[in-house]
Design a protein around this ligand. Structure first.
Ligand SMILES: NC(=O)c1ccc[n+]([C@@H]2O[C@H](COP(=O)([O-])OP(=O)(O)OC[C@H]3O[C@@H](n4cnc5c(N)ncnc54)[C@H](OP(=O)(O)O)[C@@H]3O)[C@@H](O)[C@H]2O)c1
Length: 285
């Protein structure tokens, strides 16, 4: 392996240190930031993610009221719980853990959520804000990737970024984010997907290649320009196993690369808390 590693942990630590300072400032004003969580059903992995987020919330000084709804919850009941948190003046951010059981409509539930409390940054209004450059909660994984590149001094402005995947949580919002006119973005962004069968033609010329497909091993060394920066955002979970989009052997060709584990993931969680503290600041300004 010759590539420089781009770990996400120090990025997350820097973001969370800032969040801690902001939580302390809110508490000094008598405000305890509150991040509510909603879990539907008994999926072990989802319950595990909620526990991790609640532990982190407590460490940062948030309170995190939690609603655990049974797997047979109706759409109406789920929306009633979300509206209840929306209307609770002591709650500032709300996280609906994804996925929810198949009989429920996640997009509809998301639309019930107060957009200013949307710590995932995935509400349609927040996607719209991102599209036209208005301030608001940013989708966590795209924001985490921008922060990761900036933290590791990877120049983005003016460079060619190719994103494999145009999904709503990662590829699409990331493309909007990295094309914005800011020093840590400002890139020439190309998005490729299944509609572009010869997508390798594009990835091979990328200065920065970002995998956002969720197809294990889809990015192989022959898809990478020698010396390029490779960011692995897409992953598939098989039980506890993490199967990344980027094959490990890409490290032999890339100039810099996120590690197989501990790359983009920690930055995503950190951005969730950045959105949560910002929601508390807005609500109590
Ligand atoms: N690291 C983290 O913290 C984190 C957080 C959130 C999401 N993720 C991961 O990010 C990935 C993307 O999430 P998402 O919700 O945006 O996913 P998604 O909606 O499933 O989108 C996947 C995208 O990849 C494209 N794609 C799939 N197979 C392809 C192939 N063989 N060739 C070319 N393009 C292909 C799809 O193309 P079409 O549009 O043409 O179908 C689609 O645009 C997932 O793996 C998810 O687990 C990671």
């Amino acid at each position: 392996m010759s590539a420089r590693l781009l770990p996400g942990k120090p990025v997350a630590e820097a973001v969370l240190a800032d969040v801690s300072t902001r939580v302390a400032a809110l508490k000094a004003k008598g405000v305890t930031p509150a991040l509510a969580t909603v879990l539907v059903g008994d999926d072990d992995a989802s319950a595990g993610y909620i526990r991790i987020k609640q532990k982190q919330a407590a460490e940062l000084g948030f309170v995190s009221p939690h609603a655990h709804l049974p797997g047979d919850t109706t759409q109406d009941e789920l929306e009633r719980v979300i509206r209840g948190f929306n209307d609770d003046k002591d709650v500032h951010g709300l996280l609906l853990q994804y996925p929810i059981p198949g009989h429920l409509d996640y997009d509809r539930a998301l639309q019930v959520l107060d957009p200013d409390m949307d710590v995932d940054g995935l509400h349609p209004l927040n996607m719209g804000r991102l599209a036209i450059g208005l301030p608001g909660p940013l989708p966590c994984t795209p924001a985490g990737i921008e922060a990761l590149l900036a933290f590791h001094d990877i120049p983005v402005s003016g460079r060619e970024v190719v994103i494999l995947g145009r999904g709503a949580t990662l590829g699409r919002p990331l493309a909007m984010l990295l094309a914005q006119k800011r020093p840590t973005a400002n890139a020439a962004v190309t998005v490729v997907h299944t509609g572009v069968p010869d997508w390798a033609r594009y990835t091979q010329r990328a200065d920065i290649l970002i995998a956002a497909a969720g197809v294990p091993g889809i990015i192989q060394p022959e898809h990478v320009k020698p010396g390029a920066v490779v960011v692995g955002g897409g992953v598939r979970y098989e039980g506890r196993r993490i199967l990344p989009d980027v094959d490990e052997s890409c490290a032999d060709v890339a100039g810099a690369i996120t590690p197989r584990v501990g790359g983009v993931g920690p930055t995503t969680v950190a951005m969730l808390f950045r959105n949560a503290v910002a929601a508390a600041e807005r609500a109590t300004a």
